[in-house]
Each structure stands twice: as structure tokens, then as C-alpha cells.
Write a protein that binds this ligand. Sequence first.
Ligand code: NAP
Length: 279
Amino acid sequence: MDGRALAAKIRAEVADEVERLGGLGLATVLVGDDPASDIYIKRKHKAADEVGIRSNDIRLPEETSEDELLDLLAELNADDETDGILVQLPLPGQIDEARAIRAVDAIKDVDGFHPLNAGQLYLGQPTHVGGTPRGILRLLDEYDVELTGARAVVVGRSDIVGKPTAHLLLQRNATVTICHSRTRNLAEETRRADVLVVGVGVAGLVTPEMVKPGAAVVDVGMNRTPDGLRGDVDPAAMEVAGLMTPVPGGVGPMTIAMLLENAVRAARFRRGALVFPGR
Ligand code: NAP
């Protein structure tokens, strides 16, 4: 499943939509100088610029206090030119991530991390859902993977990848199993999956023997190894799977394209073209 090609198509659609909306603004906040976060933020801004989204790249020093960050977020919430806000995680230890996430106005929360957006997803009435889970579902749809009644196994239960992806699959009427580090027999679970989504952070965790022949496999893992960027699934599983995402070139580009789509969605919510609960 080619995430690069699909992401390019989506970015072109977003560019048209941004033009129709007469422009929109996305602010990102990076606290500290984590090199991986710096790379992600740069990619997001480059992609935003290319589709005509005004992007505001706010960088704060590592020693920024929680109050300073909360003050900045309050300013961005009140700023009419800012449609979407993204706080890059992880945050330095002196800042409570949950508080920072709650401090972003839910209508501008393009990552879907705010409890209101997470709750709407749980209720089956999604508002903002993060780029990674939405990108995974979009890829499966692009390749006509049947979800209704399918046995879907999601390995990983993070708030960013596993949980929201499992909810989206459930809403699409898959029979969903969520696995994690305490799962007793991971291979037994994954071998039953018609649709297997792996977001763990352990290079090559899923071997070819753990994949059901013909399954659709989505590898979310991005692991920096001495041999370069590697996924959570052994590339040899491609021989067993019916469809599989490569790393790189699978979920990564989709995450960014869907973030841009989420910025458009935020602008639509704010301008009343879509109804945001309670507004
Ligand atoms: P995370 O917060 O560390 O969560 C990892 C999850 O994997 C946890 O639920 C953990 O279980 C589970 N796990 C750990 N070891 C396991 C094992 N041996 N067997 C089964 N489950 C295991 O990580 P994350 O933020 O979700 O990210 C996961 C991976 O996706 C990383 O490689 C990350 O870089 C990548 N990622 C990629 C994108 C993209 O755009 N492509 C976006 C986000 C993340 P417990 O809950 O029991 O600890």
C-alpha cells in the first residue's frame, strides 16, 4: 500500500480546498530541541506551505515553564487567524502533557488529543481524529480492504496510534482485538488478523510467521536503526501478506497529509460549515 502516492493525491485535494476557503492558519509549538521532533515539525511546515496553509512555527526553549506554555496556548486559542494548533510531543519533564493537551481549544486540536475529541471518537461521533489513525483507515479504503466483519488486530494501545485506530476500525464494523506488551500470545492473535495494524516501536517485532496469508498489514513503526529507518514488521512479511505498507513510504506520508486535512476540517468547524459539539 503506497502511502506516498496517496498522500500526494490528498495534498493536491487539500490545496484546492485551502484556496476555496481563502486560506487558513496552522500553528505548531515545539518545546526544546529534540532532534526527531525537529524533523517532524519541519516536514509538517514544508507540507503546509506547499498546500498554501499559513504555518506559524513556534519554538520555545527546553526550560519553558508550564505556565509559559499555557499562556502561549491561550493566545493561540484567542487568535482568529489560527485555525489549527499542534503541540509537538513529547514535552520536557517540567510540563504536564495532559494539562497542555487540555489547554488547546478542542475546535483547533488538529491532533485529536483533547479529551473532548477523544471522547467524541469513543462515542462514534468523531470530530478531530489524529492524522496517523485517519491515514491508516484512508489507506485501507484506497486499497478496498473489506472492514465490515473482518477480524482486525491492532498491536499497541497508545493514545496516538493504537486506541484511536481500534475505535475507527470498530466504527467500520470490524471485530477488533487490541494487543499490547502484556498480551499472552501475540503470534496467536496476529495470525488470526485479516487486517493487522502494528504500532509498537520495536523493529521487526512482527515476523512473517505471525501474519495470516493474504492479510492487509499496516506497519506504523518508525524505528531508527543502524541499517536506517525500519518498521515494526519484518519486510519479509510482504511475501505472506496480501497488502502491506512499506517503511518508509507507508503511514508516515499519510500522517502528514491527513494533518493538513485536519487543518481544513478545523477551519470548517470554526467557520460553521461543520458543526462542532457545544458551539
Ligand atoms: P508508545 O506510546 O510507546 O506505545 C507503544 C505500544 O506498544 C504500547 O501500547 C505498548 O504496550 C506496546 N508494546 C510495546 N512492546 C510490545 C510488545 N513486545 N508486544 C506487544 N506490544 C508492545 O508508541 P506510539 O507513540 O504508539 O508509537 C508506536 C510506533 O509508531 C513507534 O515506532 C512510533 O515511532 C511510530 N509512529 C509512527 C507514526 C507515523 O506517522 N508513521 C506516528 C506515530 C507513531 P503497553 O501499553 O502495554 O506498554
